[in-house]
Write a protein that binds this ligand. Structure first.
Ligand code: 5GP
Ligand code: ZN
Length: 114
């Protein structure tokens, strides 16, 4: 069952290279790429290389690997103000049923954006 879900999952397809993405970084357990519909410049997604729909279903080693990757991205983007967002379930606005962490930089006020 899990393998059927992984076969059809768009984020698993991105990890396998079957759907193109703008890759930012990759580790043994995580894959990071830019969001296709960015909420701000640099909006990135960090996903575990393990198909799980929700965070509490994810093995700890994949969970533990994701945050350092998010940290690297925040540092690389020079984002001093940013949100880390992670939605679980339809009622919590999860659209893609594969765990993902958003890294959403907040533009600088002097750029005229809020
Ligand atoms: P959610 O609402 O599930 O937390 O967020 C899913 C995110 O995945 C959205 O921000 C959406 O723009 C992004 N997304 C959905 N499909 C694709 C895709 O095929 N490629 C990329 N790069 N991002 C995607
Ligand atoms: Zn998946």
């Amino acid at each position: 069952m899990a393998s059927k879900l992984a076969a059809e999952c768009i984020f698993c397809k991105i990890i396998r290279g079957e759907i193109p993405s703008f890759k930012i970084h990759e580790t043994a357990h995580s894959f990071a790429f830019f969001d296709i519909g960015p909420l701000s410049e640099g909006h990135a997604l960090v996903i575990p290389k393990h198909h799980a729909e929700k965070m509490h279903e994810l093995p700890d080693e994949f969970l533990a690997d994701a945050m350092p990757v998010a940290k690297k991205i925040a540092l690389a983007l020079g984002a001093d103000n940013y949100n880390i967002l992670q939605n679980n379930g339809r009622l919590a606005h999860q659209e893609v049923p594969h765990v993902h962490f958003h890294v959403i930089p907040k533009p600088n006020e002097e750029e005229g954006l809020t």
